[in-house]
Design a binder for this molecule. Sequence first.
Ligand code: BES
Ligand code: MN
Length: 458
Amino acid sequence: MQPISHPLQFFQAHFDKYLSKYQDFLRIPSVSTDPDHKADLQHACDFLVDQLKSLGADYIEVFPTPMHPIVFAEKRASKPDAPTLLIYGHYDVQPVAPLDEWKSPPFEPTLEGDYLIARGASDMKGQVMAVLSAIDSIAQTNDQPLNLKFLFEGEEEIGSPSLETFIASHRDLLACDMVLNPDAGMVGPDSPTIVYGLRGLVYFEVRIDGPKADLHSGLFGGVVANPAIVLSEIIANLHAPDGSVAIPGFYNQVLPLTPEEKARIAANPIRESDLLAITGAPALYGEAGFTPMERIGARPTLDVNGLYSGFIGEGSKTIIPAYANAKISCRLVPNQDPDQVYDAIRTHIESRVPPTVRLTIVKHSGAPAYLADDAPGLQHLASALSETWGKPVIFKREGGSIPVAITMQNYLGVKSLLTGFGLPDDHIHSPNEHQHLPTWKKGVQALIRFITGFEHES
Ligand code: BES
Ligand code: MN
């Protein structure tokens, strides 16, 4: 048999092997927020080191952090003075709860038609494996026209607490001409996408304490404040009836949208009917005066991520709960400073707490928004995507957050190419997360084209 000389053919011929590696990665329950999974994060890190070795990395180093290790690797180009591409990925995943909503166990990757179902299948083990599969296919067949550097972390889903310090203190190691970050997604299976904006985030927890322990609601109902009710009232007043956030100062730094930017956002093919279908909500909701795509990509929001108090078991129990707790986050837009927004929120909530209870607010993480449509390598990436799909590339302002993009811009001076092959209905951060495999396959092909596209340069 003739040796296969083209990476696209090599990938096609070895698709089953690449898919099975991807499944191996998904079997590792690397939930970064859960201390019980610490060993699994190390295991996921080791898995990546093995993959990097097998694709022929010249240098690999694992950096411990206070939580989960960072993996750095380098695979040099065949020619000297080739440009350097830094590839970012995260090997951690979100928690799986509620577990009983999963149709198959979250860490037993399950094929169902065109879909691979598992926690992390889309966000973002699938994207990491797409990159590694593309580079391996090139390594097996071709000269590599770029110097490749890899940076993989295990703390993205908890706000990357170790990454900024790492990047700031390893600027030389990470020096590069381009950054590829495939942690963003596509607007649809027929619409290859480059993301040019991301929202920032500030995440905090609000706790209201009342009595020193749960009380009998008959013996004490009527004489002490109920923390669940106090917290509900506070939360209910964080928004105005028109859907805007009712915290003084919240919008202070938000820049108005220019007509050009509005037109650019309107060019996005996602419609209200798509959002209804994807979310299953009976109707859309949001700030008056903005379109749904503006509200996702370019307006700040406040959401309750979790809310609990008192008795949540089956049946009934008559108590006044000792405390109530809410996990709250805000998505931020360019020019908003996460610390200033947090201060405005804290001051506001403090002013709303009656003397009948005690308040504790704790901040978890914060990161600013990102906006840039001129990352180096953009034309190469756009050509590779549109050639693979036979469709023009959609440029999208995304609502999710990828804080590392700003960190890299600040410390390495390089803007990120944000893309990915996940779809809006992949159920990321939710039960039954999945990856559409035909899209994943095209993604690998596009990445092969992107990297080999530098062959004819210089
Ligand atoms: N990959 C996502 C963000 C994303 C998804 C961007 C789809 C664009 C399209 C990322 O892993 C994520 O979920 N990030 C967290 C960041 C936070 C914990 C700081 C987020 O956005 O909630
Ligand atoms: Mn992700």
